[in-house]
Write a protein that binds this ligand. Structure first.
Ligand code: PBG
Ligand code: ZN
Length: 328
């Protein structure tokens, strides 16, 4: 055998195998998505998202405390209004007594070291379930959409969110939100994480179940990106960096590793997030249950592929398990 043929000498030990990665998965890279509902005492299983629940504000502390003890560093909050009146402007989104504003305040008060991000969108709060404000014909009315989304983002910043993360995909919202944050005095107090390359994916189904945010008619294909659109994704990433995004996100993650790699190249000076979405999580669970692979091995393999592609931060429902697994 020729000397240049031999690679196996370099990775025969678990430790030397770990050195083959440019970066290792760590607890601080994980952001945990949680669903907060307006029934304050709720603790309700979400059948399509095994192990995940909708939490009422009164149950949050007991749920989060053990995770913080294990090393949880950050969460991203999603509001699930079940009892309130939804309308055309998504008024409940920043209701001062609503689940997100109340959740931010509670978590800030009880867990001073926890980094709190909030998803910003209207679909959970509009009567029609679309992510923006609509014209009479059902198409997106961009200007009022962006204005309302910026207003909601500023409300979350005022409530104490460390980071606002718009997932609506309306044109121009990053610039408008950055402006609104600055005007409200939060230019230097709140991070803007853009869901920049968010695709119209089949993988959001369990989330829409969990959040009650499925559109009542049509789909999201005129604002979320077409799955084959590499060029549009690149343009959206560049646009959002120029409009003032502090963090760029790609979503979903596993079917879009090439886009993560593109984002790492196009925005090398920004943190890069990717979202292992509800359908990816459910798929990994279902495969493990069907005996296709071991759950933990597959969870690591998927997240390590995201790191390899260039992300520096992963939003994943596996966060609680990783807090245990990364200790072992
Ligand atoms: C709201 C939003 C969605 C997700 C995050 N924010 C759903 C959607 O766009 O339909 C998906 C997250 C997941 O599937 O885990 N716009
Ligand atoms: Zn939405």
């Amino acid at each position: 055998m020729d000397i240049s043929s031999i690679l196996q000498g370099g990775y025969q030990h678990p430790l030397s195998r770990s050195w083959q990665a440019k970066r290792q998965l760590t607890k601080s890279m994980l952001m945990y998505p949680i669903f907060i509902t307006d029934d304050a005492d709720a603790e309700v299983e979400i059948p399509s998202l095994p192990g995940q629940k909708r939490w009422g504000v009164n149950k949050l502390e007991g749920f989060i405390a053990p995770l913080v003890k294990k090393g949880l560093k950050s969460v991203i909050l999603f509001g699930v209004p079940l009892k309130c009146e939804k309308d055309m402007a998504g008024t409940p989104a920043d209701d001062p007594d609503g689940p997100v504003v109340q959740g931010i305040k509670l978590l800030r008060a009880r867990f001073p070291s926890l980094y709190i991000a909030t998803d910003v969108c209207l679909c959970e709060y509009t009567a029609h379930g679309h992510c923006g404000v609509l014209h009479a014909d059902g198409t997106i009315d961009t200007e009022p959409s962006v204005a309302r989304i910026a207003q909601v983002a500023a409300s979350y910043a005022r409530a104490g969110a460390h980071c606002v993360a718009p997932s609506d995909m309306m044109d121009g919202r990053i610039k408008a939100i950055k402006r609104a944050l600055i005007d409200a005095g939060f230019g230097n107090k709140c991070t803007l994480m853009s869901y920049s390359a968010k695709f119209a994916s089949a993988l959001y189904g369990p989330f829409r179940d969990a959040a009650g945010s499925a559109p009542s008619f049509g789909d999201r294909k005129c604002y979320q990106l077409p799955p084959a659109a590499k060029g549009l994704a690149r343009r959206a990433i560049l646009r959002d960096t120029s409009e003032g995004a502090d963090i760029i996100m790609v979503k979903p993650a596993l079917p879009y590793l090439d886009i993560i790699q593109d984002a790492a190249e196009l925005a090398p000076d920004h943190p890069l997030a990717c979202y292992q979405v509800s359908g990816e999580y459910a798929m990994i669970y279902a495969g493990a249950r069907a005996g296709v692979y071991d759950l933990r091995t597959m969870a690591f393999e998927t997240c390590e592929s995201m790191l390899r592609a260039g992300c520096t931060l992963i939003l994943t429902y596996f966060t609680p398990q990783f807090l245990d697994w990364l200790d072992e």
